[in-house]
Design a protein around this ligand. Structure first.
Ligand code: ADP
Length: 491
C-alpha cells in the first residue's frame, strides 16, 4: 500500500508532544511491513533541521488556491531518520510557518487550513495517488473535507482517509473566512449540523468535526479513550458526532519506538540492562543520584516525567512530591510547564526544596535526562485528569519502573493494578491504579507501591519484570492500522 501521512508534527524534527512520536513511529512500522510511506509537513523555521538528511527543493512551483487567488509554495524533501518527508513552504506575507513556534498564534486555524489545502494541492499537482491518506488532529481535520468536496473531482477520487484524534480538547474552529480562503465557499451547506457546524456554537465551523464526518475511518489513541470520548465527557462536545459515526470509529493503542526506548541499547544511560540483570538498573539509579545531587540512601525513587499542565493532574503531581518525602521516598521531577502560573508555582517549589537531599525538580524539556530517570527510578506517577493514550507509563514499564497511574484513557489499557485488577492474573499485573482525583486516592496507591518496595523487595522485583515483559511496541498497533487501511480501501 501507498500511504501518505499529513500532520503538523513528526519526531524528532518537529515534536511538541506525543503526536510527533506517533507519526514517526507508525510510519516506520508501516515501512517495516513493506508499505510505502511519505509524510507531508509544514516547513517551520524552528524545526530541528539537524535531524533532516539530504534536504533539497523537490517541487518549486506549487500554486495553492487561496482566497480566489494563489499562494506560491516550494516543497522540500528530505529524510528524517529514514522516513521520506515533504516540507511545504509558502511564499506569502502571512509567513504562516516562520513564527518561531509551532502553535499558539491567533491565526492558527488559517495556518493549518492553508497547510491542509497545500498538502492536497501538492498530491494533485505532483501526480501522487496514495491509497490512503492518514491525517492527525484538528490541524488536518479539513483534509478529508476538501478531498471529498474538491480534490475528488481533480484526480484524487480513489484516495481514502483515516483520521486520528490525539487530543479532543483542541478542535480548531473558524468562520466563513475559512470557507472563502479554502475555496469550499457554500456557507449554508457547511454550516449544517451534520457537516461542520460546531455542536455548541452555531456560528462557527469545527475542523475536528469535519474530520470525523468526512473521513472513511476515525481513530483515537486507545480503546478506553474511544469509549470515554463517545459516551463520556472527554469528547469535549463531539460525543454526539462520534455516536452518529460510531460504525467507523475505534481506538487503537499507540506504540512506543522500541529502538529509541530500549534499556539494552540506550546510549543515554551509563549501564544497559534487561530483565535478567536488574542490578545494572541499580547502577543507573546511583548515576541518577550523582547527576541530580540526591543523597545515596536506601530509599526508593519516585519520578514524574511530562508536561506540567492541567491535563496531567498537576495538583496531584505536586502533592506526590511531599507525600513521597513523608513516606521516606525520594522524588525526581522532569517537567515542562505549559502556562506561566504553573511555571512560577513549580519554580517556587524548586527553590523551596533546593536544599532537600531527597528531591530534585528539573523544569524544562530534556530528552537525555528523561532516559536516565526512566532507567534509574523505581516508580513513576501519572496522575492525569485525562490521558488519551500516554507514552510515559509505557516507557517506564520498558525500563522496569513501576507505574502508579490514574485509571483514565490509555492508562486503563496499559497498567493493571497489582492488588485489585480483575482482568489479569497476578503474574501479569504491572503497576498500581487509582481512580479518584483526591489526595487520598493517590496516597493509597503510593502507599501500596512504597510498602511493597520496603517490605517485599522480591515481589517488587517480580512486578518490575512483569512490566518489562509487556510488548508496547508498534508491532500490534501497526497491524491494526494496516487492517483499517485495507478495510477502507476496499469499501
Ligand atoms: P503528551 O500528552 O505530552 O503527548 P505523552 O505521554 O503522550 O504526553 O508523551 C510525552 C512524551 O514526551 C514522552 O516521550 C516523554 O518522555 C516526553 N516528555 C514529556 N515531558 C518531557 C520533558 N520535560 N523532558 C523530556 N521529555 C519529556
Amino acid at each position: 500500500m501507498y500511504i501518505v501521512q499529513i500532520a503538523s508534527e513528526c519526531a524528532p524534527v518537529i515534536k511538541a508532544g506525543g503526536l510527533g512520536d506517533v507519526v514517526y513511529g507508525l510510519s516506520r512500522e508501516l515501512e517495516i511491513r513493506g508499505h510505502t510511506v511519505e509524510i507531508i509537513l509544514p516547513k517551520y523555521d524552528c524545526m530541528r533541521y539537524d535531524h533532516i538528511w539530504g534536504l533539497h527543493d523537490a517541487y518549486k512551483d506549487l500554486q495553492v488556491p487561496w482566497y480566489g487567488s494563489e499562494i506560491h509554495c516550494s516543497v522540500y524533501c528530505g529524510w528524517v531518520h529514514g522516513r521520506l518527508c515533504f516540507f511545504i513552504e509558502p511564499h506569502s506575507q502571512d509567513s504562516f510557518f516562520d513564527r518561531g513556534i509551532y502553535y499558539g498564534h491567533n491565526d492558527d486555524n488559517m495556518r493549518f487550513a492553508f497547510f491542509s489545502k497545500a498538502a492536497l494541492q501538492f498530491l494533485q499537482q505532483s501526480g501522487k495517488r496514495p491509497d490512503v491518506i492518514h491525517c492527525h488532529d484538528w490541524q488536518t481535520g479539513l483534509v478529508p473535507v476538501m478531498l471529498y468536496e474538491i480534490y475528488k473531482w481533480h484526480g484524487l477520487g480513489n484516495v481514502r482517509v483515516c483520521y486520528t484524534i490525539h487530543n479532543f480538547k483542541h478542535q480548531g474552529i473558524g468562520g466563513t473566512d475559512i470557507l472563502q480562503a479554502t475555496g469550499l465557499n457554500r456557507e449554508d451547506y457547511y454550516f449544517e449540523y451534520d457537516r461542520l457546524r460546531d455542536n455548541f456554537n452555531p456560528f462557527v465551523l469545527n475542523f475536528m468535526k469535519g474530520g470525523i464526518v468526512y473521513s472513511n475511518h476515525v481513530t483515537t489513541v486507545s480503546p478506553h479513550h474511544a469509549w470515554e470520548a463517545h459516551v463520556g465527557e472527554f469528547g469535549y462536545g463531539l460525543g454526539h458526532t462520534l455516536h452518529m459515526h460510531q460504525h467507523k470509529f475505534s481506538g487503537v493503542l499507540n506504540g512506543i519506538d522500541y529502538d529509541v526506548w530500549n534499556p539494552e541499547m540506550d546510549h543515554y544511560i551509563p549501564y544497559q540492562f534487561n530483565q535478567d540483570d536488574l542490578e545494572q538498573k541499580a547502577l543507573n539509579q546511583k548515576a541518577l543520584r550523582d547527576r541530580l545531587w540526591l543523597q545515596h540512601s536506601d530509599k526508593p525513587i519516585i519520578a514524574y516525567i511530562g508536561r506540567l499542565d492541567d491535563q496531567k493532574g498537576v495538583h496531584l503531581v505536586h502533592h506526590a512530591i511531599y507525600y513521597a518525602l513523608h513516606r521516606n521516598a525520594q522524588f525526581v521531577l522532569l517537567g515542562s510547564p505549559t502556562e506561566a502560573g504553573i511555571a512560577s508555582w513549580f519554580w517556587h517549589e524548586k527553590n523551596f526544596l533546593n536544599d532537600n537531599p531527597d528531591v530534585h525538580l528539573e523544569l524544562g524539556f530534556n530528552e537525555e535526562l528523561s532516559h536516565l530517570i526512566y532507567a534509574g527510578a523505581d516508580m513513576m506517577i501519572v496522575p492525569s485528569n485525562f490521558e488519551p493514550c500516554g507514552l510515559t507509563q509505557m516507557i517506564g514499564l520498558r525500563y522496569g519502573t513501576v507505574p502508579i497511574v490514574r485509571g483514565v484513557g490509555g492508562l486503563v489499557n496499559t497498567v493493571f493494578d497489582r492488588d485489585y485488577d480483575q482482568t489479569h492474573p497476578l503474574e501479569e499485573r504491572n503497576g498500581y491504579v487509582f481512580y479518584q482525583t483526591d489526595y487520598q486516592a493517590l496516597e493509597s496507591a503510593m502507599d501500596r507501591a512504597i510498602g511493597l518496595w520496603y517490605h517485599y523487595p522480591e515481589e517488587f522485583k517480580a512486578l518490575q519484570i512483569q512490566g518489562m515483559n509487556y510488548d508496547y511496541s508498534w508491532n500490534h498497533p501497526g497491524q491494526d492500522y494496516v487492517e483499517i487501511y485495507e478495510h477502507i480501501r476496499h469499501k
